[in-house]
Ligand binder design. Sequence first.
Ligand code: ASP
Length: 457
Amino acid sequence: MKKIKPHWQILGALVLATLAALILRSIDAQAEGGFIVGFVGTCKFVGTIFMNLLKMIIVPLIVSSVVAGIAGLGGMSGFGRLLGKTAGFYALTSLCAIVVGLVLVNVIAPGLGADGQPNMEIREAFETEGQQASEAALAKVNSAQARSTEIGTGTGGLFAMLADFALRMIPVNVVEAAANNGQMLGLIFFSVLFAIAIARLPSSQGQSLREFFQAFNDVMILLTRWIMALAPLGVFGLLVPVVYQSGGQIFLVLGKYFFTVLAALLIHFAVIMPLILRYVGKVSPLAHFKAMRTALLTAFSTASSSATLPVTMRCIQDNAGVSKKTASFTLPLGATVNMDGTALYECVAVIFVAQVVGFQMDLAQQFVVVLAALLTSVGVAGIPSASLVAIFIILKNSGVPGAEAAIVALLAVDRLLDMSRTAVNVLGDSCAAVVVAKSEGEAGILEDSRSAASEPV
Ligand code: ASP
């Protein structure tokens, strides 16, 4: 029997999960209690196991792929060039994303009523959601509050955030950095230095270490394949509780906001990035989407760019043909610091909340929000709902009142938006890998024969 391709399996799981959850919701309306709670709970359990499996391999995968990719470079010439190109690409594409969000949120003005005044219905929803907030949501807000106090407020707070970023890059304890979920920057920095040192060792010693890390990396690739074989089940488990729980009243109230975020993400995903691929990378955008489809679907299902990293690495090397060296450098870094969708989302969310509470923002203040979204998106971890903390900090910094209640209300509708922006984040990283690889003169990138290569992911 012909094997169904992985992306079709994941897509099938997405559709089945949505249908199952909608059916459960309708049965639930007729109060069927116990069975449904048990089923949704089991799905949640299966989804968590899948997420844990993906997260389990992140640290060894980052270390082995960064070290194997970079140590193999020998003399390490061109390292600074690679870094410059990658950082430049990340900064420019994030800025493009924010500008798209800024334009849409000002044109559509989802926080204002038809009369151009703050929408009272949304304001009330903010307040009731704020009161009904779950403890978990409040804990999130409180820890964000503590963090924003810790790093200071006002524009100074943003610079303190940059300093905090630099400090996190150089960890006191590399094992602790590795253990700290979502704080991969220190680990990447250490792995890059370690790899450069290997490249500088006398050839006999360097050779055995290079072979060791190469084999280690091959093992991690095999583990990634095994885990991805479970993806349809994991995706089903992740999605059923999300669709089952959503669809409350707040969705109707926040519909315009939802539409604004989705439309902006879609423009970046389906117009801006394809244009960059076509005219800067000189590759076919369609071939790129085809090569990356499994990673994009995994990002959408898990809402975590870190958890998706193993799949992104596989797709970009096996299907798109980017070298291990470029992939190992651009992707782990991108999953940690480059978040186009998140930056866009932060900008839209902050201006939306300002509109709702009637806080007028002139152009200069909006410019500060743009800058803040750009800087904070670098520090946001690649895990679900991580950007809400950044939004909270920007709201506080900009002096918008009612940040706590707003964040809790946004959290209530966050999951689907999170899934979408994570897919945009992962697309941005993969585009950087392709564009940088092309600019480095790598051959065979996104040539069609590749997608038919053995065992594509
Ligand atoms: N979930 C996003 C990611 O992993 C981060 C965020 O925007 O909350 O990329």
